[in-house]
Design a protein around this ligand. Structure first.
Ligand code: B4P
Length: 191
């Protein structure tokens, strides 16, 4: 079983690259952003709670997200590997994920960290906001708040996996195909 985390700030291309990676490698894709947005669309209690955080550019509480991941792992006992996109986003989520995977006698093999400068991130997200209908993409203030959340709460995830030498940094600027090819090179090297 191969388990990969695609890591990076908001707008670094995690969702974009995940789509291409799952097509090529047939991993089970787990995007906490997508899962939360479908809960919002279905107006569930979890979705209503999550929306109040997401609309402000804040992370959703750990216990909500960890519970969601645990259910998806249980629902996919025969997956040949998982591609985690946008999860874990805090050190507590990383520790919880490691425990959940250990219970299934597996682990995270590699963390692919996309690096993109802040001005480019803001430009991409404002641009996506023109068509996505996503309330967290519409104004620069919320986008900057998401980047600050990333720096304060999510960067420690890279430090956490770095202690096990699992992090590989990838340049996340350039064409989508160039970045995809860099990611595939690292995956193929590892497996
Ligand atoms: P997410 O849905 O995870 O996504 P994201 O941060 O917006 O960005 P992503 O990196 O996937 O960007 P994309 O490829 O689409 O998070 C949304 C919110 O959900 C969070 O703020 C948080 O509130 C909540 N949440 C999610 N997971 C959570 C967790 N684990 N814990 C707590 N809260 C959680 O790319 C963005 C744009 O760039 C697109 O328009 C794309 O077309 C463009 N783009 C991509 N690659 C490009 C390239 N190479 N060049 C130019 N443009 C490019």
């Amino acid at each position: 079983m191969i388990n990969i985390i695609l890591f990076g700030p908001p707008g670094s291309g995690k969702g974009t690259q995940s789509e291409k990676l799952i097509e090529k490698y047939s991993f089970k894709h787990i995007s906490t952003g997508d899962l939360l947005r479908s809960e919002i669309a279905a107006k569930t209690a979890l979705g209503i709670e999550a929306k109040s955080f997401m609309d402000k550019g804040q992370l959703v509480p750990d216990e909500v997200v960890i519970g969601m991941i645990s259910s998806v792992l249980d629902a996919n006992p025969h997956a040949k590997g998982f591609l985690f996109d946008g999860f874990p986003r805090t050190k507590a989520q990383s520790e919880a994920l490691d425990k959940l995977l250990a219970n299934k006698h597996t682990e995270i093999n590699i963390v692919l960290a996309l690096h993109v400068n802040e001005d480019e991130l803001v430009k991409r997200l404002l641009n996506r906001g023109l068509t996505s209908g996503r309330s967290d993409d519409v104004n620069e203030e919320i986008i900057r708040a998401r980047i600050i959340e990333y720096e304060n709460k999510t960067m420690p995830v890279a430090d956490y996996y770095n202690q096990f030498n699992k992090v590989v940094t990838i340049k996340g600027e350039g064409t989508i195909e160039e970045i995809f090819s860099s990611l595939c090179k690292e995956i193929d090297k590892k497996f």
